[in-house]
Design a protein around this ligand. Structure first.
Ligand SMILES: [Zn+2]
Length: 229
């Protein structure tokens, strides 16, 4: 068992957070750290929440090249459904599809750095609103206090791919098969000011929200912030 001292490798301040956190923000010097296989590794930070934000939450912003190796779309799927018997017959379907792929593009993904039900879908919605985020703050002194960053950078790379697949399935066609690979993956910790409504949590100015009850550690996160203000 490896024991890592959770102190900022830059200034030596104790890094605070919840018991299982893997992603940290030093509220003393503003550096970001993620717990990797060999201990704490530095991570770039975009702080978009001020010190007086009541509910600053951690998000991953992942930039990557998305290679769509193969994308197969069924044609005339509704017509096929009518002629489709209860037994699976591959030859009914095989002729009626279009295969594309072999292209790549650069994308930026934004999604929660804490487990939440339906995370890929929330990621698809948030990634569309990256231009609506509050501006990056120059965090010279007043820094927010962060907790709840449970998703490591390795898991973030996997989740970025899930969001990319989600973007493909969200297109208005009958997607049958998709092969996607991500390369040149670069991840940043983004701190966003969120607000709690009755049942939902609004993410900054994006218009995207999620249910409080879909976050397992929600009560712990809220307790953490209410004890500190
Ligand atoms: Zn520090």
């Amino acid at each position: 068992m490896r024991i890592t001292r959770l102190v900022c490798q830059h200034c030596g301040a104790t890094l605070s957070g919840l018991g299982q956190d893997k992603l940290f923000f030093c509220s003393n010097c503003g550096k970001g750290w993620v717990l990797g296989e060999t201990g704490l590794e530095p991570v770039q930070v975009q702080c978009r929440a001020s010190a007086d934000s009541h509910l600053p939450l951690p998000f991953w912003m992942v930039r990557a090249t998305v290679h769509v190796l193969k994308r197969t779309v069924r044609n005339e799927f509704t017509a096929t459904m009518l002629t489709f018997s209860s037994r699976y017959e591959d030859d009914v379907l095989t002729a009626k599809k279009t295969e594309t792929g072999g292209h790549a593009d650069k994308r930026t993904f934004l999604f929660p750095a804490f487990p939440v039900d339906g995370l890929p879908g929330i990621g698809v919605a948030l990634s569309e609103h990256i231009h609506d985020l509050p501006e990056i703050l120059d965090i010279e002194e007043d820094r927010p206090d962060l907790c709840g960053g449970l998703i490591s950078s390795m898991d973030a790379a996997v989740l970025a791919r899930c969001v990319a697949v989600g973007q493909e399935t969200a297109k208005a066609d009958w997607l049958a098969e998709i092969e996607i690979v991500l390369s040149s993956v670069k991840s940043q910790l983004v701190i966003l000011p969120c607000s709690q409504e009755v049942e939902k949590v609004d993410v900054a100015k994006t218009g995207v929200s999620f249910f409080r009850r879909s976050v397992q550690s929600w009560d712990e996160i809220v307790d953490y912030h209410s004890n500190r203000t």
